[in-house]
Structure formats: structure tokens, C-alpha cells
Design a protein around this ligand. Sequence first.
Ligand SMILES: [Zn+2]
Length: 143
Amino acid sequence: MRELYKPGQRVPGSRLTVIKEATPRKSKHYFLCQCDCGSEPKEIQYEALRIGHTKSCGCLRREAVSKPVNPESLKVRRAQKFKRAKPKNNTSGVKGVSYLKAVKKYKAAIIVNGKQFYGGVYPTVEEAAAARKALEINKDNLS
Ligand SMILES: [Zn+2]
């Protein structure tokens, strides 16, 4: 006998919890499943659940479309954006402070003798600017 899902059982590796077995269609088992996102329960074919084909009500797929696929492709996209943009050294309007869009933070840095020194990452441009100022004051001690 094939192993089927019991009511209340979590479908492994998915966002779905089985509510109950639904009426079979074309001699195939269907289960009424509740998705973690809180959407309306859906009847999903047993095979699709078992092989991991269906892992949510569809919200996972929607999220995958709206989110970048992986950080690597994001990096490439950002690099391309920079190539198109007019050359400039920072993205915050403050010298030595750049805005890190991915983490929504400001990075302070200084270049001394062609070497970049890192002053940390801050939630506000003011803090980053202060850190950058401190770097500038100490720049003779940086090496
Ligand atoms: Zn969902």
C-alpha cells in the first residue's frame, strides 16, 4: 500500500499542511492543503506533493519571480548599472561614503596611496560621514 498523507501532516519540504484527503479525481489521490501564507486551502494532487513539484499554493513561485534569483546575478546586474552610470566615486553624495543598496547602509572608506581602508558600515549617512572624517584625520597612521 502506498503511503499517503494524514490530516494535519506537514508535507516535507513545503509550505503545505494536509487538511484532509479530497475526493479522488480520475483515480488519483488529491489532498486539501493549507499553505503557510494563509491563502485559501487548495486541492493538490498527491503525486505533485510527493515528488515536491508543488510546495505551496503558488506563493513560492510568485515570490521567486519578484525576488532576484541569487546574489550573484544581482551583483552582475549592479555592475552593469554602474557601467551605464556616469563615472562617480560614491553613491551617497558624501565623499568617501557609498550607499550599499543591498543592505541599505552606508559604507565609509578612504583611499590612501591607492589602497582602500575600510571604515565600517553604518545605518545613516551622518554616521558614515563621521567615520570617514575619522579615517581622514588618521590617514597618516593608515598603511
Ligand atoms: Zn501560499
